[in-house]
Design a protein around this ligand. Structure first.
Ligand SMILES: [Zn+2]
Ligand SMILES: [Zn+2]
Length: 319
């Protein structure tokens, strides 16, 4: 039901009657089913815009200039929050279908074994286990598929350019895919988008972390909007890197790195890190998380460009 709610503060709050369930239910069981569907809006409007703008403005000069032109940068920044605009009750089927693409509860996904590269193979495993994809999340599949769309469009651009054709139309497609991709890569740098502890600690809690259901929203939206600036994030970005090997595997490794910061979010919350101006440590941490998203997005766009030059494998090779 909560999957269909519109983008409001209230949707981040879980009714009080569910709180005891969240504490008592086993981590891999009931609590995730009850809690998961509303873990959805990483980084709010401001964070997603910063990630997209920084990624595209730090692309190297060997990426085509149209992608780095001011109009493209503005459009890609605008598209940062785009999938969060698909949550309205006015589009109920879209809202329901795309909600799981913003997160993955890695604890639940890993309990089913190695992550298959193809979406339907994962979904089949989930259904076979008596569970539903929308409670576990589909983050890496959506991200990899949008990245492959971007790569396909870039290959088309190269072909049209080589044929001496006007590339204006394919440029528009590339700009859209790059901006759309940015949303998911940005979500993937938010630790509370990769865990069953996405909005209040669940399971054994010897350190007394919050079990209230405010932490997700406060960390990613008002705290970012009030305290984190573009320059803070840019200063923490990593050097450009072409991603070698399989992109799905590289992306899952990125999500697993993000997951190493889940407890840190709760530690910072415990000392008031996300209230008002927070602390120097909480501001540094949050800027570094956003920077990780911007760096990964830049590297994925760059790698799509490089990989788009590769010849398409011959389907008849060896036959
Ligand atoms: Zn979120
Ligand atoms: Zn999202």
């Amino acid at each position: 039901m909560r999957l269909k709610e519109t983008y409001t503060v209230s949707m981040f709050r879980i009714p009080g009657s569910f709180r005891s369930l969240g504490v008592l239910a086993p981590v891999l069981g009931l609590c995730a089913f009850v809690l998961t569907p509303q873990a959805v809006h990483a980084w709010g409007n401001e964070g997603h815009r910063m990630i997209n703008r920084l990624a595209v403005t730090t692309l190297p000069a060997d990426v085509p200039e149209f992608l780095r032109a001011p109009a493209a940068v503005d459009e890609i920044e605008y598209l940062g929050p785009e999938p969060d605009r698909w949550r309205s009750k006015a589009e109920p089927e879209l809202s329901a279908a795309q909600a799981p693409e913003h997160f993955i509860d890695l604890e639940l996904a890993d309990a089913l074994g190695p992550l298959p590269h193809k979406r339907f193979d994962f979904e089949a495993k989930v259904f076979a286990a008596g569970e539903r994809p929308e409670t576990i999340g589909l983050q890496p599949w959506q991200t990899d598929e949008v990245w492959e769309r971007l790569k396909a469009a870039m290959r088309q651009y190269r072909e049209m350019k080589a044929a001496g054709q006007d590339t204006k139309d394919v440029e528009a497609a590339i700009i859209f895919y790059a901006g759309w991709l940015g949303h998911y890569v940005g979500d993937g740098s938010q630790p509370l988008h990769v865990t069953v502890k996405y909005n209040g600690w669940v399971g054994p809690n010897p350190n007394g972390y919050t079990t209230e259901h405010h932490i997700h929203y406060e960390f990613e939206s008002p705290f970012v909007a009030a305290n984190i600036h573009l320059a803070d994030v840019q200063a923490r970005m990593t050097p450009l890197k072409a991603i070698d090997g399989d992109m799905f595997d590289a992306y899952v490794a990125y999500l697993r790195h993000t997951a190493t910061f889940v407890e840190k979010v709760y530690q910072l919350d415990k000392v008031g890190g996300f209230v008002g101006a927070g602390t120097p440590e909480s501001r540094d941490f949050t800027a570094a998380r956003l920077a990780d998203g911007a760096s990964m997005l830049r590297d994925m766009i760059y790698s799509a460009w490089l990989d788009s030059a590769q010849p398409v494998p011959d389907p008849y090779a060896g036959k």
